[in-house]
Design a protein around this ligand. Structure first.
Ligand SMILES: [Fe+2]
Length: 237
């Protein structure tokens, strides 16, 4: 794949895309935004019932799992990275690829390419477990689909990727609602059936699972994935 350096003259960008009027002749432009796609997956309840069974079956087969952002000592289990190649995870994999198609078109990617799943895995966090801050190498986009999210089982937290911005923070008006774009850490309390897709370079972590539910109902369960841009297969005659 070849890349060329692209420059955009901001004066030529349509006002409504980047300008937020503050007052007359005083505008706030938005440069270099971080996109996070938030998707409500259709018919998630039925899908999740099946996924739950398949995920626990997977854990029985591979109790050791992998050590990544999960903290094994606290009980967090991370499966192998090839779930998308297994038939039982195909229905979810198809939904992820369809979401990738919409993102490609939303961002104006070359239609000869598509976002394909490079890796897909599951993480089971029982009470007390969490995930360290990390990024996902070797892909363009990363995502997570929520299968089971008991109350207080851990928000996902995204950290401002502009590290220079973190070096010195201004004092904000305590009586005013903070503009979402000015916060250094953005938290999302996920719900089952929700899918988030974000750039691979965006640091994120998961807060400890403080669920007070009992046994497996207390587990926070996700399927995570990486998306890579690949050339579409040519149609064979
Ligand atoms: Fe992650």
């Amino acid at each position: 794949m070849s890349f060329k350096r692209v420059f955009i003259k901001m004066n030529d960008v349509k006002k409504k895309q980047t300008l937020d009027p503050v007052k007359n002749k005083f505008n706030r432009r938005v440069l270099f935004p971080t996109f996070l796609y938030d998707i409500k997956v259709a018919e998630a309840a039925e899908l999740n019932t099946r996924l739950l069974q398949d995920i626990y079956k997977e854990r029985e087969l591979d109790e050791k799992g992998l050590q990544r952002s999960n903290l094994k000592g606290l009980g967090g289990w991370h499966s192998k990275n090839s779930l998308h190649q297994k038939d039982e995870f195909r229905p979810l994999a198809n939904k992820i690829v369809r979401a990738g198609d919409r993102i490609s078109s939303n961002l104006g990617y070359n239609p000869e390419f598509r976002l394909a799943i490079g890796q897909m895995w599951t993480i089971v966090n029982p009470p007390g477990s969490a995930n360290r801050a990390h990024i996902h190498p070797n892909c363009l986009w990363s995502g997570v689909y929520y299968v089971q999210t008991p109350e207080k089982s851990g928000d996902i937290e995204f950290i401002d990727p502009r590290t220079q911005n973190l070096a010195h923070q201004p004092a904000f008006h305590s009586g005013q609602k903070r503009l979402p774009a000015t916060v250094p850490v953005a938290q999302i309390t996920p719900s089952a059936g929700q899918m988030l897709i974000f750039p691979n370079w965006l640091y994120h972590s998961v807060a400890p699972n403080l669920s007070t539910d009992t046994e497996e109902k207390a587990d926070r369960i996700v399927i995570a994935f990486n998306l890579i841009q690949v050339r579409k297969q040519r149609q064979t005659k």
